[in-house]
Ligand binder design. Structure first.
Ligand code: PEP
Ligand code: MG
Length: 587
């Protein structure tokens, strides 16, 4: 069908900020900056370096100004990104390398700075980690700003957006996001980007629909074209027909009623209709997310990924720095608990502050990572264990080891923990003598020997992200095999059940902290299999709690029983989907 003379086209991207928007496109295409290249006379070289220093100062002032505007107009949380930008500008390595490049080539400072910055951007952009890839975006943003200053140009802003329009862009940098007029933007769609892009953060804070990763959308859209942004399903519908518009009108109404119901129900306890309590915790990566945990009513933190403390620093964090960070979380959450996972570096998470520690590997996911690395570097490991133990004197802290493959490793890790405790006793520093110790079950060998691991710890936490990748031999970061990554594969379900049973036979609790736990359609299956706790990204909690409150535990048990009996994966998907739809429809 056609509307306004143009054919309806549906483009699939990544759902980034919930909501539905309908409006005209504001096509925002940034032109590439042209950087002149010329030799600087030897007599002008000192002046050229001074020009660079002056540009650094001006850019810092500009960023400080934007930071203040964002903090006042959006929130302090979103303003923090500009601290990261200031850090790029203060990066001595970047500055020193630019000057070295200038001294060796004699080329103008814009050319030298751009060459070095591009090298950094590509190095970060290639890393298979969303968080670090975002750092590439930070460097790119700051580089563009500094180059504009050096060239005496003003960066293009999104300030031309005056009517209520949907922004369609290749990408939107944090500085550009800061220029968006909140009352003028109906939605944001970008060709590139990920769920953690800054444009998305802004969209979420503005509570407007956003879809990213829409590939070549900007080549299909003309300024003023009509489109729908479906931030729930990650769809962009260009030139929607009257029929589609009618359907979306209904969806929009239903969704907003549903969202308010979710949030209202989130104030109530996570209990099934037949009275079974399911503990719902959260996964965090930074200590400042404690506020988010509370906002979404998480019962503490089930997974604190401490590696981000190491990843974001230019030097390895000291025991004192770690202690301060862990203590802040423990105090912030008390009396609710925090499970602090020891360093899970390696695999898809390299260590910028100490790249030599791991070195190049042909199979990093099967390589020198997490507990393997920590056990080979006992002093570094114990520094972290002492910091965690000391924080345990200030709240309810649990410690958990990642990537345990068998009993020998678990015993070795416990041995280091015992040494760390003895060292603190000697120093006279307080800690919780009865700190609970957990093991992540995310390697098939650990899952298959769960009965042997259980006597050496107080709880299990199943890391389904890695467990599924290893069980099904599917690289979790590889898009080409992503469709084969199936959490309901019979092998996965059997192994999960085996781990849960092994834990319960030895009276220890079992949690799931992989992404599967935050999927409202899969949570009933996990609960039905006997999982005691689910831990997920805070904003996912209301939807999971809602389904738990709307179902009976006995029905979830039956679902798990039926799913385990299936040989046909398609049928398992149907069982899970139908259960979810039935429960939601009945509520
Ligand atoms: C997991 O593997 O499921 C997990 C929670 O750990 P991470 O995603 O940090 O590897
Ligand atoms: Mg893992």
């Amino acid at each position: 069908m056609e509307a306004r003379g143009k054919t309806e086209t549906v483009i699939r991207g990544i759902a980034a900020s919930r909501g539905i928007a309908y409006g005209q496109a504001f096509l925002y295409l940034q032109s590439e900056l042209e950087i002149p290249r010329y030799h600087v006379e030897p007599s002008r070289r000192i002046a050229e370096i001074e020009r660079f220093d002056q540009a650094l100062i001006t850019t810092r002032q500009q960023i400080a100004k934007i930071r203040q505007q964002v903090s006042e107009n959006l929130s302090e949380d979103e303003a923090l990104i500009f601290d990261a930008h200031q850090m790029v500008l203060e990066d001595q390595a970047l500055i020193a390398e630019t000057i070295r490049e200038f001294e060796s080539t004699g080329l103008n400072i814009e050319t030298c700075f751009n060459a070095i910055a591009q090298r950094y951007i590509s190095a970060f952009a290639e890393i298979d980690d969303e968080y670090l890839r975002e750092r590439a975006a930070d460097i790119k943003d700051v580089t563009g700003r500094l180059l504009h200053v050096l060239l005496g140009q003003t960066a293009k802003q999104l300030t031309e957006l005056v009517e209520r329009r949907i922004i369609v862009a290749r990408d939107i940098s944090p500085s550009e996001s800061a220029g968006i007029d909140r009352s003028a933007a109906l939605g944001i769609v970008t060709d590139n980007g990920s769920r953690t892009s800054h444009a998305v953060i802004v969209a979420r804070s503005m509570k407007i629909a956003s879809v990213v990763g829409a590939r070549d959308l900007t080549t299909l859209v003309d300024d003023g074209d009509w489109l729908i942004v479906d931030g729930y399903e990650g769809l962009v519908i260009l030139h929607p027909t009257e029929e589609t518009l009618f359907r979306y009108g209904k969806i929009q109404k239903e969704k907003s009623t549903f969202e308010s119901r979710l949030l209202a129900a989130n104030e109530l306890p996570p209990e099934t209709l037949d009275g079974v309590h399911v503990t719902l915790r959260t996964n965090i990566e930074k200590s400042d997310e404690v506020a988010l945990v509370k906002q979404y009513r998480g019962d503490g933190v089930g997974l604190y990924r401490t590696e981000f403390l190491y990843l974001s620093a230019t030097t390895m964090p000291t025991e004192e720095q770690q202690y301060a960070d862990y203590r802040a979380i423990a105090e912030g959450l008390a009396p609710a608990p925090v499970t602090i996972r020891t360093l899970d570096i390696g695999g898809d998470k390299p260590l910028p502050s100490n790249p030599g520690l791991i070195g190049p590997e042909s199979n990093p996911f099967l390589g020198f990572r997490a507990i393997r690395l920590c056990l080979e570097h006992p002093e570094m490991f114990k520094e972290q264990l002492r910091a965690i133990l000391r924080a345990s004197a200030h709240g309810k802290v649990e410690v958990m080891y990642p990537m345990i493959s068998g009993v020998t490793e678990l015993e070795a890790a416990n041995q280091r923990l015992a040494e760390a405790k003895a060292e603190l006793r000697e120093r006279g520093q307080a800690f919780d003598e009865k700190i609970r110790v957990g093991t992540m079950i995310e390697i098939p060998s650990a899952a298959l020997t769960a009965d042997l691991l259980a006597p050496h710890c107080q709880f299990f936490s199943i890391g389904t992200n890695d467990l599924i990748q290893y069980l099904l031999a599917i690289d979790r970061g590889n898009n080409r095999v992503a469709s084969l990554y199936d959490p309901t594969h019979p092998a996965v379900l059997r192994v999960l059940q085996q781990v849960i049973d092994a834990a319960h036979q030895q009276r220890i609790k079992v949690s799931v902290c992989g992404e599967m736990a935050g999927d409202p359609a899969l949570a009933p299956l996990l609960v039905g299999m006997g999982v005691d706790e689910l831990s997920m990204t805070p904003p996912l909690l209301p939807a999971v709690k809602f389904v738990i409150r709307a179902m009976k535990f006995s029905d979830a048990e039956k679902l798990a029983h039926d799913a385990l009996a299936q040989t046909d994966v398609q049928r398992t998907h149907e069982l899970v989907d139908n259960f979810y739809k039935r429960v939601m429809a009945a509520d």
